[in-house]
Design a protein around this ligand. Structure first.
Ligand SMILES: [Zn+2]
Length: 120
């Protein structure tokens, strides 16, 4: 089964402890044609230089990683017979930690922490 969940995922930056208010946003590089669009923390600084009010967070998620996450969620929620509640489920893929912090039956709130990006 392929879940039609593209508009039902809320991504939260997992770099702020118990604070789940940093919703990941779609960002775009203007001068890079290869990997132009990605999700990042609202406090992501790299493409804005020093214009980030003294805060910064390097957490980001490429569209490829987003697609991998969607595949994983599709696997997790479907056991072939019914949809499984996956709230609380964690996994790590390609250096990125994921945790489903909410599954209300209509959508998923997923915390992401890209350890590769944070190490830079
Ligand atoms: Zn962040």
């Amino acid at each position: 089964m392929i879940l039609n969940t593209w508009n039902k995922i809320t991504l939260i930056c997992g770099n702020h402890g118990d604070d789940c208010t940093h919703q990941m946003q779609i960002k775009q590089y203007e001068n890079d044609k290869r990997d132009t669009v990605f999700y990042s923390c609202p406090e992501y600084k790299s493409i804005y230089g020093s214009n980030h009010d003294g805060r910064s967070c390097n957490n980001r998620l490429s569209i490829k990683d987003y697609e991998h996450m969607m595949e994983k969620i599709s696997e997790l929620v479907d056991d072939g017979a019914k949809i499984i509640d996956i709230e609380g489920v964690k996994w790590t893929d390609r250096g990125i930690d994921y945790k489903v912090i909410k599954d209300d039956g209509k959508g998923y709130t997923v915390s992401v922490l890209n350890r590769k990006a944070m190490a830079k």
